[in-house]
Each structure stands twice: as C-alpha cells, then as structure tokens.
Design a protein around this ligand. Structure first.
Ligand code: 1PZ
Length: 209
C-alpha cells in the first residue's frame, strides 16, 4: 500500500505498517533483532489517522497520543534503536520521569495495546457496539494507569463514538475487509507490544506504571 492510500483506507495502511514492523523484530529468525526507532515511530504516527474516524470527542486522546509519538520521532534523530533510549534513561535515572523518551514509549505502547484490544472486542461479536468494544478495551488496557478524572472524561466521550456502520464508512472498509485488516493489526502488533515490554522487563523495570 502506498502512502497516498492513507486517506482512502487508513486501517489497511496501519495494519500493513505494523506487519512490516513485526517482520523487522523477527529479523533473520535468529532471535529478536534491535528494533529501530525511526520506522517504529513513523508506524505509530499512522495510527493518529484512525482518531479522525472516532469523532471529535477523542480529539484530546489524539493530541495526547500524538505528542508522545512526535517525541519519539524527534528522538530518532539522536537514538537509533528503542533499546538505546532505554539505556540513556537508565543511565540518567529518568525512565519513569514525565516527558522522558522511555516513559513516552511506555505510553505509546499503551495506545497500541488499546487499539488491539478494541479490535479484538469489535470482532468478538457483531452485536458488540463500538461504544461497548471501546469501553471494555479501555477498562482492560488503560484504565488501571489513568487517574479518576481521566477515566471519567473518557467514559463520557464513549457516548460520542460512531456506530459500527458509520465506522466502516469512514474507514472505507466492508464487514469482510475490516475483519481481515483488524486481524492483521492484532497479529502483528502482538509481537511489537511484547518486544517493548521485554525491553523494560529484561532490565528489571516493572510495568506497573
Ligand atoms: C482505540 C480507541 C478507543 C476508544 C477511545 C479510548 C480513549 C482513550 C483516551 C486516552 C486519554 C489519555 C488521557 C491522558 C493520559 C495521560 O495522563 C497519560 C500519562 O501521560 P504522562 O503523564 O506520561 O505525560 N497518557 C497516556 O496514558 C497515553 C495514552 C495514550 C492512549 C490513547 C491512544 C488511543 C489511540 C486510539 C487510536 C484510534
């Protein structure tokens, strides 16, 4: 898929980008390689387009997510790989410090996981509304890490989500094609999320924040 297709089929573009990233992790099959920050952060920035399909109530979430992704894009001028930003922050005791690249990486990873959970919920039943799917996904993935005020605001915004049919129209997908693309994203984001978690865990950094 070409970049120009982003406007036409944004979900297909995101799914293809994460398929590429998951292949980079796989490397030559001889164990996981060192994932580079530039391709990773530009794949993450494609996700921003999906927000437009969810409606204005999630403008705040879009700005929040984009600011973290943009920080990683900027960091890619200085740091070549995801592991090198962690090494830098460990040396500076700034892994969990607000605004640090490592903390922003952890936040972006939450966003990727949120979308994965949303798609899993969406595909679990055709009776599941987008609001139900998004609420369950948010409760599973993000709510444990968010303050009460944020959880309340997100809960209120859920009522403004489009219907399943409206979403399909905005994504330019059919029932069959959306299933294929969501499954592609679910399957390819899983190893990416695991890879990021392992960057922290292998350095004895817990994920309870
Ligand atoms: C997939 C769509 C599901 C439906 C909507 C879910 C809405 C999620 C709303 C998230 C609101 C984020 C509020 C801000 C939270 C910040 O306090 C934290 C900590 O920031 P820090 O203190 O480190 O500066 N930020 C985050 O946790 C970032 C989370 C981003 C998750 C949003 C990504 C959603 C992607 C949806 C794409 C369609």
């Amino acid at each position: 898929l070409e970049v120009g297709a982003a406007a036409a089929r944004p979900l297909a573009v995101v799914a293809a980008a994460f398929e590429d990233i998951s292949r980079m992790i796989d490397g030559d099959g001889e164990g996981p390689c060192d994932l580079r920050l530039a391709p990773f952060s530009s794949a993450c920035s494609l996700v921003t387009v999906l927000f437009g399909c969810l409606g204005f109530a999630f403008k705040f979430a879009e700005l929040e997510y984009s600011s973290k992704v943009n920080d990683l894009i900027e960091a890619s001028n200085t740091y070549d790989t995801l592991s090198s930003i962690l090494e830098h922050d460990i040396a500076n005791d700034s892994v969990r410090k607000q605004g640090s690249h490592s903390r922003n990486l952890r936040r972006v990873r939450l966003g990727l996981d949120l979308i994965k959970a949303l798609f899993e919920q969406y595909l679990s039943s055709s009776d599941c509304s987008l609001k139900e799917a998004a609420s369950t996904a948010y409760d599973q993935v993000c709510a444990p890490f968010h303050a009460w005020t944020i959880r309340k605001a997100v809960g209120a915004g859920m009522y403004a989500l489009p219907t399943r049919d409206q979403l399909l129209l905005r994504l330019n997908e059919t029932d069959a094609s959306v299933k294929k693309e969501m499954e592609k994203y679910i399957d390819s984001s899983r190893p990416v999320i695991e890879y990021i978690d392992n960057l922290f865990l292998s350095r004895n950094i817990t994920l309870d924040w």
